[in-house]
Design a protein around this ligand. Structure first.
Ligand SMILES: [Zn+2]
Length: 378
């Protein structure tokens, strides 16, 4: 890797970080990206919605296939600025470390992808079509961000063949971990209906706790199946159970329970809902089911193999294909049927005071991205 390439990723990261963009602000980062990419043949399409800045940058390729990169320009708030060693938007580089908000999450990752493309275009390498999908609404509500970009791509029949999400996936070293899926989340509020009364006169009451115990025990005992494809088995936890007036002689008229379900992609929301309802069949109860996040999983195959081979040939690392962590914008692309691999910098200081990244990590990630782009096949 040349010194020039190293400095390109670092310079781009610094320039992005200096554009202050607390979520959902973009701070003109996307304009900066457009100007840097235009000479390489990228055309910017804006998909702004409700004040959220979204861009699709497209460069038509010389060979088959469409490879996308997805990321975000918004950053989480800094917290008390006086607690930072270096001002969070100065992008200070000192002793081989880049300091500031967004260094890892994820302006650093965007800079690496751009640096890889600049280098590749300057050598006239034959490339697939490249899409860069950038939103300023990832750290906030994520309501008008990547999901809107995906809607636009679907409506225009332009979904990519695969996507690298540039979130900081790595644990100790760049490339040691990619995320190929995430568990889904279902939450259920349950209300068991009875009739309040005096405990000495049970015939004129209907005890809601008595109604709740058998169905809840049955729910806790449901067999959701096995761990599969790197995902742990689906877990259903009763996280809240509230009933009773506090008085010792009052039969409660209602009981509330709350379920938190983390499901693996071999289960579905519809299946989970049906099973819970079935278990409570015949009981006077009302439900409020919420599908908080879709599960997704990119199966083992050519795309993940390409990504892992690129990491191994660049760094020697055998990558862990992980499914942990919270949720990510990868779910919106996965829901549209696009294979997703999340691969980025290490995540040791994300969202913290003194967010920072070692500059050699930027060089390593740039080299990995370069390899992925050149070896990608649709
Ligand atoms: Zn992020």
């Amino acid at each position: 890797m040349s010194d020039q390439q190293q400095s390109t990723a670092l310079q781009l990261a610094v320039q992005l970080m200096k554009r202050e963009s607390p979520t959902p602000d973009d701070g003109d980062c996307q304009l900066f990206i457009a100007r840097k990419l235009a000479p390489l043949g990228f055309v910017q399409t804006s998909v702004d919605v409700n004040g959220i800045t979204n861009s699709i940058y497209t460069r038509e390729g010389e060979k088959e296939g469409v490879l996308a990169f997805a990321g975000h320009t918004d950053v989480v708030p800094t917290g008390p600025v006086e607690n930072w060693d270096y001002p969070p938007f100065d992008a200070t580089v000192k002793d081989g470390v880049l300091h500031g908000r967004g260094a890892q999450d994820m302006k650093g990752g965007i800079a690496c992808w751009m640096a890889a493309l600049m280098q590749l275009c300057s050598t006239f390498e034959l490339l697939p079509t490249i899409q860069i999908l950038i939103t300023s609404d990832e750290e906030g509500d994520s309501v008008d961000g990547t999901v809107r970009i995906v809607e636009y791509l679907q409506a225009n029949d332009k979904l990519p063949d695969a996507v690298i999400v540039g979130e900081p996936s790595s644990a100790q070293q760049v490339g040691d971990t990619i995320r190929r899926g995430r568990r889904g989340v279902v939450q259920v509020a349950m209300n068991f209906h009875g009739k309040q009364g005096h405990s000495a006169y049970p015939d004129d009451a209907d005890n809601a706790i008595h109604k709740a115990v058998a169905p809840l025990a049955a729910i806790a005992a449901i067999d959701w199946g096995q761990a599969k494809d790197g995902f742990p088995a689906t877990s259903c936890q009763i996280t809240n159970l509230n009933a009773g007036t506090g008085a010792s002689n009052v039969i409660p008229g209602s009981a509330e329970a709350f379920l938190d379900i983390r499901y693996n992609p071999s289960n579905s929301f519809a299946e989970i809902k049906a099973l819970i309802e079935q278990t409570c069949d015949g009981v006077d109860i009302s439900f409020d089911f919420r599908h908080e996040a879709n599960a997704f999983s990119t199966p083992d195959g050519k795309f993940l193999d390409t990504v892992c081979a690129a990491i191994e040939s660049t760094t020697g690392i055998i990558t862990n294909r992980d499914t942990g962590g919270g949720t990510s914008d990868g779910r919106f692309l996965a829901a549209a049927g696009v294979p997703v691999a999340e691969l980025g910098l290490t995540n040791s200081t994300i969202h913290q005071v003194n967010e920072q990244v070692a500059t050699h990590e930027l060089d390593t990630l740039t080299a990995i991205y370069t390899k992925i782009i050149t070896t990608f096949e649709a």
